[in-house]
Design a binder for this molecule. Structure first.
Ligand SMILES: Cc1ncc(COP(=O)(O)O)c(C=O)c1O
Length: 426
């Protein structure tokens, strides 16, 4: 096997997936897949028929598209973003020529990283952060430097301090980008407040005369809010339109199987990222772009997303009730009620309850109690971060609602068994 093949095989995500395959009887609170019952079967069927019954449109959809994606679709995305950011009065704020349609946001993250980083460069990430992106960075030889975050997102003072430390070490020239999941993040479910968004941009702008640092805003869960819509994007606060790179996906709000997402680039990155994409695939599936464009145009997309939100809100409630009943009464456990997204981030600091793959809790949960979670260690770029062994991610995404409390109860039993807590506490 090549070195790169060996590197891919070593990634912990592979181990986690294998655990799922090896333990089919396990109730998985680990998988980040979306809810089966809310996948838009009827809707996609109808829209496919609509497209294919018009021969001219069908032929256009079944032909190669262009590398950056259908122009009509990209214009529509510009308007869609303007509505999300409540900038309807300036619908062309993000012009179509800065928008790139990609095969999932994963592809956009990968292409942008290839365009921005050389091996040995530094990317600032939150601790914890979306683990697949950490692997992407590692794969291109980028050093990750972690910045602390709290319940409002990344801490601007900690960011400033990190930059100062890097500068003192004479390494500031290596810092090229800051990566943030700004809405209901993966894994913590946190949304950055508007104030934080502004402060973080301010810090980067302040450091600009020494080193220009991009901000990559990953808005994968932006539309999955439960009660109140979240604040505008950091992209919309970037007045010079040169610093923030933005990506949003249709995987969570519509269907991951369509593998369609988009990114917005500062003008100077449009050509390098598009060139990289054209070497990759000449453009993302054209037919799928027609499908989503049609769903947006008819208003069916907006109605579907409203239903998806209701469904995840109910599921998050079911998981939360399970946590209140079976886990949060245990000593030294803590979690935050989700306001959107697909995840609950659970912290347990009791002795013997380390969450790592090779500790007793994970093995007991999987082999004995038949429930699976994602150990916190996957989400930390620094394996020595003490939180890496005290946290875990639970997802209410894929399990049917009736399984959620059951899964959490099993996890409570695993914690009780390993932590040696008295049964009465559950
Ligand atoms: C934070 C985040 N970004 C990006 C992605 C990639 O999603 P996709 O490639 O399906 O658009 C995911 C998937 O779970 C995610 O959680």
């Amino acid at each position: 096997m090549t070195r790169r093949g060996e590197w891919a095989a070593r990634q912990k995500i592979g181990y986690l997936m294998q655990q799922g395959v090896d333990h089919p009887d396990c109730l998985s609170l680990a998988a980040g897949l979306v809810d089966y019952s809310s996948l838009p079967v009827e809707l996609v069927h109808t829209v496919m028929e609509r497209i294919l019954s018009d021969p001219a449109r069908a032929r256009a959809a079944l032909q190669y598209g262009t590398t950056p994606g259908s122009m009509t679709f990209r214009h529509q995305i510009g308007e869609f973003l303007a509505e999300l950011d409540e900038t309807e009065t300036r619908p062309d704020e993000v012009s179509a020529d800065r928008i790139l349609i990609t095969t999932g946001s994963q592809q956009f993250l990968d292409l942008v990283s290839q365009a921005v980083f050389d091996p040995g460069d530094i990317c600032l990430v939150t601790a914890p952060s979306y683990f697949v992106y950490l692997s992407t960075l590692e794969g291109i030889g980028v050093e990750m430097v972690a910045v602390a975050c709290d319940d409002e997102g990344i801490c601007p003072d900690a960011l400033d301090e990190r930059l100062r430390q890097i500068d003192e070490a004479g390494q500031l020239h290596r810092v090229k980008m800051l990566y943030l999941v700004s809405y209901f993040d993966n894994p913590r479910g946190i949304t950055m407040t508007l104030e934080r968004r502004e402060q973080v941009l301010e810090v980067l702008i302040r450091w600009s005369d020494r080193q220009f640092i991009y901000l990559l805003e990953d808005a994968a869960y932006r539309e999955i809010w439960f009660d109140d819509p979240p604040p505008p994007s950091i992209l919309s606060l970037d007045r010079h339109k040169n610093r923030v790179i933005y990506t949003q996906t249709f995987s969570k709000s519509l269907s991951p199987g369509l593998r369609t997402a988009f990114g917005v680039l500062p003008q100077e990155l449009v050509k390098p990222v598009t060139d990289l994409k054209s070497i990759h695939d000449f453009g993302s599936p054209h037919l799928n772009q027609f499908v989503i464009a049609n769903l947006i145009e008819t208003g069916e997309y907006a109605r579907h997303v409203a239903e998806v939100r209701r469904s995840y809100r109910d599921k998050s409630e079911a998981m939360w009730r399970g946590l209140e009943d079976y886990i949060l009464p245990l000593p030294e456990t803590d979690a935050r009620r989700p306001e959107g997204g697909l995840y609950v981030w659970l912290r347990c600091t009791a002795a013997n309850c380390e969450t790592n793959f090779d500790r007793r809790l994970f093995q007991t949960a999987v082999d004995h109690q038949k429930v699976m979670f994602v150990p916190g260690e996957l989400f930390y770029s620094d394996p020595d971060d003490p939180d890496a062994s005290r946290t875990m991610r639970l997802s209410f995404g894929v399990q049917p609602i009736d399984n959620l409390a059951k899964g959490v109860r099993r996890l409570g039993d695993a914690l009780t068994e390993v932590g040696g807590f008295a049964e009465s506490q559950t």
